[in-house]
Design a protein around this ligand. Structure first.
Ligand SMILES: [Zn+2]
Length: 164
């Protein structure tokens, strides 16, 4: 899935939750969006990979795309990193929650791709496909384009409700 689809689908699904549980702030939205693209740091040519240079190349080389960064263990590691950063700069703790919500949303979205995600690696390396290999999309193909535009509509609808 392309980064823009990850962001759009994550906002479309998480905005109602954010509005229900607390304030919709620029910081919370940014943390959510950043979390939703972060797992692809293991792919140097991805949106986030392009912006993190050597770090992305290192992670990509050692773990591979959809390797450990795309797992519960990877989520835990990024949780600890984000927590350390957020506490040392005294940022709002809600940023951590929304960052991780975005991160997990990315893994769920990738799980609907044709190849799925190995959530339990390195213990179990089998990839899980959430659509039982019947419901799936391929990155950049028509199904993803449709998902992207539907999600954009969802985001606009959510924001129009919030601004009322
Ligand atoms: Zn991914």
């Amino acid at each position: 899935m392309l980064y823009k689809t990850h962001i759009a689908v994550t906002y479309a699904t998480a905005l109602p939750l954010m509005a229900m549980t607390g304030p919709v702030t620029v910081g919370n939205l940014f943390a959510l969006g950043l979390g939703s693209v972060m797992p692809d740091i293991d792919h140097p040519k991805s949106f986030i990979g392009n912006r993190t240079g050597g770090i992305s190349q290192g992670i990509g080389k050692v773990f591979g795309h959809r390797g450990l960064a795309h797992s519960l263990l990877g989520t835990g590691v990024f949780y600890l990193l984000a927590q350390a950063l957020i506490t040392s700069f005294n940022f709002p703790s809600s940023w951590l929650s929304w960052f991780i919500a975005g991160y997990l949303a990315h893994l769920v979205q990738d799980s609907f791709s044709r190849t799925g995600v190995a959530w339990l690696q390195p213990v179990i390396n089998k990839r899980i496909q959430f659509g039982f290999r019947i419901v799936y999309y391929r990155t950049g193909r028509t199904a993803e384009t449709i998902i992207f535009w539907l999600a954009c509509g969802g985001v606009l609808y959510q924001f129009s409700r919030l601004l009322k």
